[in-house]
Ligand binder design. Structure first.
Ligand code: C2E
Ligand code: MG
Length: 591
């Protein structure tokens, strides 16, 4: 073996310029540097190495020189490495920033970053061990649970795939996959099982795709497949169909099995200037349409969806200007004791009065259903939430100055609950308006809590420490988890108005209401029946043990000037809430 120190020392015969270079010092540099230096034959064998290699790869220099490239280079990198080495046939060949993996003596792999030149017979190479950097980059670009590429890497690969479209006649497709009812599985079987299922899903998706495709996980139960070289929409849809079938195959969970149904949205493009973020958004929108249609299906993003999206973006755009233009207002709807008396609280409900209707006829007042979902998809909900908190607290302070002590309730969206320091914002606002914590109640829905139960619980505990009341809103609207009220720092349980709306005729709903009211009492929470529109509903709510109600029959949401909060008998008794029926248990009939 030839080491640098084995190189001949300069003699009288050696070239003067060689002597000038001072070969012995160069030799010491070669010996001492921590960079990896080597000469390599065109078939990839080391012909000369410096000792740094022993440090990095664990093999002796003799062992390294005796090994072929196939024994040292990672199987996935060998083909490309061989091709590059052979390209050294051309005298001027050189390579920069090339990375590949070499086997360490302990069996692990080290990433090397190469810079090399070839004189037509041999490569003169310098390499660096960049394993740590590659590991960090990998961490930054991969999902820690499933090890799949994350959103960042997906978008980068989609950029490259789209750029390749200009020399291909095929198309690029993004498939947005959302597992149906995964949250329910996660809640009922536990997070460890949920994680295991997500890993199994990721493996199954990766198995069914070609190596050139990318399977990524965006988070939660959302996966995206990037596929290229597809012939047309129908091939992309067939792929989505195969994904649905693959997930239907049961996954083993302990001694049982679980099938994963999914909703898939597909976006395709032939345009080499398409924006991957736009494509991802389109696939997401299509997935939502599949979900709205009942789940376990697929949708292609098409012209009708494009129009829907642009209409939505227009609303979002106008909503962005609503706050600075003072177009948002709060309406107030009291909560009243069902046996009569003054309101026990008052819910602030946001309303939008757009001045600029985008050239359309005057719209008048918009209810939250028309715009809140848009706001919740963006950071706008945070600004709106801030404004609601400020306006509601200012209103409570005004009423207090007028001698009306009333607790104001406000609705808090999922984003505010889990992404922001809610307690700090509430504390500041209460202090600014000089209000005690009990002047405010925060209403949070189960849906918002279930998005991130741990963070929601901790945010609510912090808010509760300020003396603020917490209500669980829309209880019974979705798949209610009856254990939820026990785990959270709650004071009030607001039964969803869909339950109250149907509970006179529907035995099943009535049974649910009975169970929920019992649950509230058992957990020392005040049940509130929301959506009371008829005397019969009012009477039944009372009969079932609900002491507080909110509904159009009792009081509609109105502007702060028109809301009746004083202790006037008219507040409730003027509403015809007295039962028109005599109650005999729940199955009574009208006489
Ligand atoms: P919610 O929190 O369940 O509020 C009660 C909703 O029921 C209000 O609808 C109210 O007008 C309506 N309601 C009350 N009694 C009756 C009744 O007897 N019959 C009928 N049909 N409806 C009744 P609204 O104002 O349209 O608000 C809808 C939802 O929008 C609210 O449901 C709440 O989840 C959300 N929301 C409203 N304001 C805000 C806000 O400032 N911030 C956030 N994050 N969400 C808000
Ligand atoms: Mg509410």
């Amino acid at each position: 073996m030839m080491r640098a120190t084995d190189a001949p020392t300069p003699t009288a015969e050696t070239d003067a310029s060689e002597a000038d270079i001072d070969v012995s010092r160069v030799g010491r540099l070669f010996e001492m540097t921590s960079d990896l230096l080597a000469t390599i034959s065109l078939d990839g064998r080391f012909t000369l190495l410096n000792p740094a290699w022993e440090q990095v790869l664990g093999w002796t220099m003799e062992e390294l020189q005796a090994s072929s490239m196939g024994e040292l280079v990672h199987p996935d990198d060998i083909e490309q490495t061989q091709a590059l080495m052979l390209a050294g046939n051309h005298r001027s060949a050189h390579l920069e920033n090339f990375t590949n993996r070499y086997r360490h003596k302990d069996g692990s792999w080290r990433w090397l970053l190469w810079s090399a030149r070839c004189d037509g017979e041999e490569w003169y190479a310098a390499a660096k061990d960049v394993t740590d950097r590659m590991w960090l980059e990998r961490q930054a670009l991969h999902d820690p649970l499933t090890k799949l590429p994350n959103r960042l890497l997906l978008i980068d690969r989609a950029h490259q795939a789209i750029a390749r479209l200009h020399r291909s006649s095929g198309l690029v497709a993004l498939l947005f996959i959302d597992l149906d009812r995964f949250k329910a599985v996660n809640d009922s079987l536990g997070h460890a099982v949920g994680d295991h299922l997500l890993i199994s899903v990721s493996e199954r998706l990766a198995e069914m795709m070609r190596d050139s495709d990318t399977v990524a996980r965006l988070g939660g139960d959302e996966f995206v497949i990037l596929a290229e070289d597809l012939e047309g929409d129908s091939e992309a849809l067939a792929l989505a169909e195969r994904v649905l079938h693959a997930l239907e195959e049961p996954f083993p969970v302990g001694s049982a099995e679980v099938s994963m149904l999914a909703s898939v949205g597909v976006s395709v493009s032939r345009n080499h200037e398409a924006d991957p973020e736009d494509m991802l958004r389109e696939a997401d929108v299509a997935m939502y349409r599949a979900k709205r249609a009942g789940g376990h299906g697929l949708e292609l993003f098409d012209e009708s969806l494009r129009q829907e999206v642009s209409a939505r973006m227009e609303v979002e755009d106008r909503l962005r200007h609503a706050l600075p233009r003072h177009e948002l207002l709060l309406a107030y709807q009291p909560m009243l004791p069902l046996s009569g008396g003054r309101p026990v609280g008052c819910e602030a409900l946001v309303r939008w009065h757009p001045h600029d209707t985008g050239g359309k006829a005057q719209i008048g007042e918009l209810l939250p259903a028309a715009f809140l979902a848009r706001a919740q998809e963006s950071e706008l909900i945070v600004q709106i939430g801030d404004w609601v908190l400020h306006t509601a607290c200012a209103q409570a302070a005004t009423w207090q100055r007028d001698g009306i002590e009333i607790q104001i309730s406000m609705n808090v969206s999922a984003r505010e609950l889990t992404e922001l320091d809610l307690a700090e914002r509430v504390r500041e606002e209460l202090a600014y308006c000089r209000l005690p914590g009990r002047a405010l109640c925060l209403e949070v829905s189960e849906e918002a809590i279930l998005r991130d139960p741990e963070r929601a619980r901790s945010a609510l505990k912090d808010v509760k420490r300020l003396g603020v009341t917490i209500a669980l809103d829309n209880f019974g609207a979705g798949e209610s988890s009856l254990s939820l009220p026990r785990d959270l720092p709650l004071d009030m349980l607001k039964l969803d108005r869909a339950l109250i709306g149907g509970f006179e005729r529907d035995k099943h709903r009535r049974a649910m209401v009975v169970a929920m009211i019992a649950l509230a009492h058992e957990a020392s929470l005040k049940p509130v029946a929301v959506g009371i529109e008829t005397n019969r509903q009012l009477a039944l709510a009372r009969e079932l043990g609900c002491a507080i109600g909110q509904g159009f029959l009792l009081h509609r949401p109105v502007s702060p000037e028109r809301v009746r909060l004083r202790d006037t008998p008219g507040a409730v008794t003027s509403a015809p809430w007295r039962p028109l029926v005599r109650l005999r248990g729940y199955n009574h009939r009208r006489h």
